[in-house]
Design a protein around this ligand. Structure first.
Ligand SMILES: [Fe+2]
Length: 185
């Protein structure tokens, strides 16, 4: 179903991403011998497929181009900052993914790389979502209306109907629910 607000679906997705970031922070704070690598791996999958492919995909391919149509520059200002932070997030997620197998096998350097990359991601994504929710999205809500809003919301629905490496958005939300550990959130 289309959202009536041009950024509502994205704001709702932010809540999932923040909840998984909080869970990841707890997981990474466990003593080395007690680290739950299986759930950390689920967090990395969620970050790659939900936070990046599904969510950042909608921002980069749908919302930001509409804001550009409305006169917001791409190479400077808020959009440029958001795109740069998306790239940093992808790098942190890739670093976590790379370090996971070694860390799971007991390599202490890889475990430290995993924890470092994970904490970098958590700090980044909290600040990033704060900027979007409180600055960029408020600007977008002022700028996008009428037919453009209807078209944008329909395009969100279309993207959300895709599978991401074989996972539907509903399956990824179920993964998020499993990670956070609060069924029925
Ligand atoms: Fe976002």
């Amino acid at each position: 179903m289309s959202e009536s607000h041009p950024t509502q679906v994205l704001r709702d997705e932010h809540q999932w991403i923040l909840a998984v970031a909080e869970a990841l922070e707890r997981l990474l704070g466990a003593p080395p011998s007690a680290m739950d690598f299986d759930t950390v791996e689920k967090c990395v999958t969620f970050i790659r497929l939900f936070a990046d492919a599904c969510h950042h995909g909608k921002e980069e391919d749908l919302l930001f181009p509409v804001l550009e149509e409305q006169g917001m520059p791409r190479d400077s200002g808020p959009i440029a900052v958001m795109l740069h932070e998306h790239r940093l997030g992808r790098e942190a997620a890739a670093a976590m993914r790379k370090a996971l197998p070694g860390a799971r096998d007991g390599d202490e350097d890889d475990r430290l790389r995993l924890v470092h990359a994970g904490r970098s991601y958590i700090d980044l994504i909290r600040g990033h979502i704060g900027k979007e929710d409180h600055v960029l999205f408020n600007m977008a809500d002022q700028m996008v209306s009428g037919e453009t809003r209807v078209r944008l919301c329909a395009a969100y629905d279309e993207t959300c109907s895709h599978a991401f490496e074989g996972c539907t958005k509903a399956q990824l939300e179920a993964l998020g629910r499993e990670i956070v550990g609060h069924p029925g959130r």
